[in-house]
Write a protein that binds this ligand. Structure first.
Ligand SMILES: NC(=O)c1ccc[n+]([C@@H]2O[C@H](COP(=O)([O-])OP(=O)(O)OC[C@H]3O[C@@H](n4cnc5c(N)ncnc54)[C@H](O)[C@@H]3O)[C@@H](O)[C@H]2O)c1
Length: 295
């Protein structure tokens, strides 16, 4: 199907990255968030990230202008009724997402061919599709952070997803210059199923005194060739997002390896969400030289 207009719900870390990539690939995008200030922040991040691409000669200054010109910010979700594909990248809470999909389903009644997708990391895509009347048009499209740089997209099929929707979503991933992988709706999909226990184990290792935050990060970078250590990655992903993911995964599997270590919960309760709040496992007062916090 020809996609003319793509809607992205949530202009945060993932939503602005997804809007960026779609617009850079020539799609017109409507980016929606609950308040103008969140949209402004998301659009400013896109502009800054496009500047980086210009500086690296990946795109021209003209490409930057045309990419930004293809993105329209909206607070009123009703304006998205004409979209051909809507990707929800709002806060990782079931009730928030379910309410969004219920409204989109209602708004798009006269658009039977629309594909609705969620970028959820851990919530069951099948549970989300209970909010819509056309479960066969519903899919998971799980992008990775930072979206403009990360090549992977997990295309998540539920038992209700129609073959053509699955195939269209897969091809769509390729059109964005990503490498799509097919996965089914099992909590965590491929990447988080394997990554989350590793990140939680790093926190437990720190709690047990195996090493300092910096030493564990360096060990995994230099010993395993990972581009960043587990604590840097946790701060980058967002500790509240990771905490929420642990709750969903533990609820599903009831295995300790998916349970939140006490320290993660305490950091989240204190509002230390990582890079986005300036404090997490590291302190980002000097963004170029983060220092590990004494925890
Ligand atoms: N952060 C990551 O590394 C990562 C990676 C892959 C997937 N995800 C998933 O992407 C989704 C978004 O995560 P994020 O890290 O971008 O979170 P974020 O907190 O950075 O952004 C979420 C945005 O959603 C907005 N929002 C909340 N309710 C809304 C509503 N009703 N309508 C419109 N916008 C609304 C918020 O205002 C915020 O701007 C989550 O489902 C998360 O699990 C995150």
């Amino acid at each position: 199907m020809a996609m003319q207009l793509v809607g992205v719900i949530g202009a945060g870390t993932m939503g602005n990255g997804i809007a960026h990539v779609f617009a850079r690939c020539g799609f017109n995008v409507m980016l929606c968030d609950v308040e103008q200030r969140f949209l402004d922040r998301g659009l400013a991040t896109i502009a800054k990230n496009l500047d980086r691409e210009v500086a690296k000669n990946k795109i021209t200054a003209g490409d930057k202008v045309s990419t930004l010109g293809r993105i329209t910010g909206v607070v009123d979700r009703a304006k998205m009724a004409d979209c051909d594909l809507v990707i929800e990248a709002a806060t990782e809470k079931f009730e928030i997402k379910a309410e969004i999909f219920r409204e989109l389903d209602r708004l798009m009644k006269s658009k039977p061919e629309v594909i609705l997708a969620s970028n959820t990391s851990s919530i069951s895509v099948t549970e989300l599709l209970t909010s819509v009347m056309r479960p066969e048009r519903f899919i998971g499209l799980h992008f990775f952070n930072p979206v403009p740089l990360m090549k992977l997209v997990e295309v998540v099929r539920t038992i209700a997803t129609a073959d053509d929707v699955y195939q269209t979503a897969y091809e769509f991933g390729k059109k964005l210059g990503k490498v799509p992988v097919r996965t089914s709706d099992k909590t965590g999909f491929i990447v988080n199923r394997l990554l989350v226990p590793y990140l939680l184990d790093a926190i437990r290792a720190y709690e047990e005194g195996v090493g300092s935050i910096e030493d564990i990060d360096n060990a995994m970078k230099l010993g395993c060739g990972y581009p960043m250590g587990p604590f840097t990655l946790l701060d980058f992903v967002g500790l509240e997002t990771t905490y929420y993911i642990t709750q969903v995964m533990f609820e599903e599997f009831k295995e300790r390896r998916f349970a939140s270590p006490p320290l993660l919960k305490r950091l989240v309760m204190a509002g230390w969400y990582g890079k986005k709040t300036g404090k997490g496992f590291y302190d980002y007062s000097d963004p170029n030289n983060p220092k590990a916090n004494k925890l």
